[in-house]
Ligand binder design. Structure first.
Ligand code: CAA
Ligand code: FAD
Length: 385
């Protein structure tokens, strides 16, 4: 096998989940990958399949219709999906590690009872933080919420929102009191029918089946009970969830790197030139060995960060390291995989070039590489300054 699972720290339940996600990814997602990429559209059967497989409420309690599994299970699912299609992987990632987690971590019992069952059952969620003028500087967001009796009125716009084309549930970050700076940021939850408008669906280099839209909010009327985590606490909600979410993106990049490796390496042993399989020339064999080491390094970083988080240990630095390094390695390995397959790797037919296009986003979303490095640097400085 070209996907040796060198870690033996998974529980039986986690191993079983890995096998079932692998089957779903290969049998249901696999045949649709190329068409979804070319049409820039997520097949409805894939979204339905994710729900039916129990992959949209991985950590959600059974009471709320979820699988009640571990955080590591969510990371395993994201990795396995990315081996086949990083677009499907990020849909599952955002829904679980950002949207569901916010409700599980900060929602009141009433909020959890209301929203989590729908999110496990069939309603896709999205996480609306970034804006055109507030990307890395996310806390400078300009969307505003004003109180109106027992409601809030939200005005503004968001940009780059994953899943938003298909989503029915939206977590929106808006500032209720700009005089307090980022301490006015508040998290609201709402359904789409309050008037959320899709302004533009982006056309992208990679993860093309994953929708990315700009949204307009004109006088959205949201009940006060839909504030999650308290007024003015939205910045903490956002960044604490992103710290966890970054492990999900590391897993996406890990799966992507392994997926590209698994497609290209067997080809190098079948293809002969100069009377010998090309993968056995030392120049090729050493590149393949090096890539295997690099993939191993991101597997260890990713699952170490996941277990630390699960065990209640500090993990912000480890998550930033895993996300940063996994995006570097995913890009490097998927780029090399194209070269290993020669001209064939450069065509759409093999699917190897798609991994490379998809890898680029790892260094951009959920905090760019520089933001990860800044996060790591600040933690190192705190220990020494
Ligand atoms: N963990 C916990 N708290 C953090 C933190 C972290 N990693 N980084 C900052 N904070 C806290 C600080 O402690 C401080 O809070 P207090 O005042 O309560 O102490 C507050 O945040 C502000 O801190 P800074 O002044 O240091 O932060 P900043 O304003 O310079 O930047 C940031 C903070 C916006 C979080 C920035 O570091 C960052 O991460 N930017 C990237 C934003 C991002 O990841 N967006 C992702 C959007 S979702 C997405 O992309 C999904 C997808 O594609 C799939
Ligand atoms: P900028 O912040 O303008 O960065 C431009 C460059 O400047 C980068 O190289 C950056 O590293 C560098 N830079 C910026 N600040 C610093 C600094 N202080 N020090 C050093 N270098 C710096 N957002 C959501 O809220 N929800 C989503 O679901 C979501 N999905 C996305 C999906 C896609 C496909 C994309 C492209 C984006 C998505 N985003 C989402 C937004 C994403 O998180 C932002 O694009 C990202 O945080 C970077 O912001 P920006 O694009 O404005 O880049």
């Amino acid at each position: 096998s070209f996907s040796p699972n060198s870690l033996d720290t998974f529980t039986e339940e986690e191993e079983m989940l890995r096998e079932s996600v692998k089957r779903f990814a290969t049998e249901v997602v696999g045949p649709k990958v190329r068409e979804m990429d070319e049409k820039e559209n997520m097949a409805p059967e894939v979204i339905k399949g994710l729900f039916e497989q129990g992959l949209m409420g991985i950590e959600t309690s059974a009471d709320h219709g979820g699988a009640e599994s571990s955080f590591t299970s969510a990371i395993i699912a994201i990795e396995e999906l990315a081996k086949v299609d990083p677009s499907v992987s990020v849909m599952c990632d955002v829904h679980n590690t950002l949207v569901n987690t916010i409700l599980r971590k900060y929602g009141t019992k009433e909020q959890q009872d209301k929203w989590l069952p729908q999110l496990s059952q069939d309603k896709l969620g999205s996480f609306c933080l970034s804006e055109s003028a507030a990307g890395s500087d996310a806390f400078a967001l300009q969307t505003r919420a004003k109180k109106d009796g027992d409601h809030w009125i939200i005005n503004g716009s968001k940009m780059w929102i994953t899943n938003s084309y298909e989503a029915e549930i939206f977590l929106i970050f808006a500032n209720v009191d700009p005089s307090k700076g980022y301490k006015g940021i508040t998290c609201f939850i709402t359904t789409k029918d309050v008037g959320i408008k899709i302004a533009k669906k982006e056309e992208k280099l990679g993860i093309r089946a994953s929708s990315t839209c700009s949204l307009n909010f004109d006088d959205l009327r949201i009940p006060a009970e839909n504030i999650i985590g308290g007024e003015g606490n939205g910045y903490k909600v956002a960044i604490e969830i992103l710290n966890e979410g970054r492990i999900g993106i590391a897993a996406q990049m890990l799966g992507l790197a392994q997926g590209a490796f698994d497609k290209a390496v067997p080809y190098t042993y079948q293809r002969t030139q100069f009377g010998q399989p090309v993968g056995t020339f030392q120049g090729m064999a050493f590149q393949i060995a090096q890539a295997a080491v690099e993939i191993e390094s991101i597997r260890l970083l990713t699952y170490n960060a996941a277990r630390r988080k699960e065990e209640g240990k500090s993990f912000t630095k480890e998550a930033a390291m895993a996300k940063y390094w996994a995006s570097v390695i995913a890009q490097r390995v998927s780029g090399q995989a194209i070269e290993w397959a020669g001209g064939v790797g450069f065509t759409r037919e093999t699917g190897i070039e798609k991994f490379w296009r998809d890898s680029k986003i790892g260094a951009i979303y959920e905090g760019t590489s520089n933001i990860q490095l800044q996060t790591i640097a600040k933690i190192i400085q705190k220990q020494h300054l």
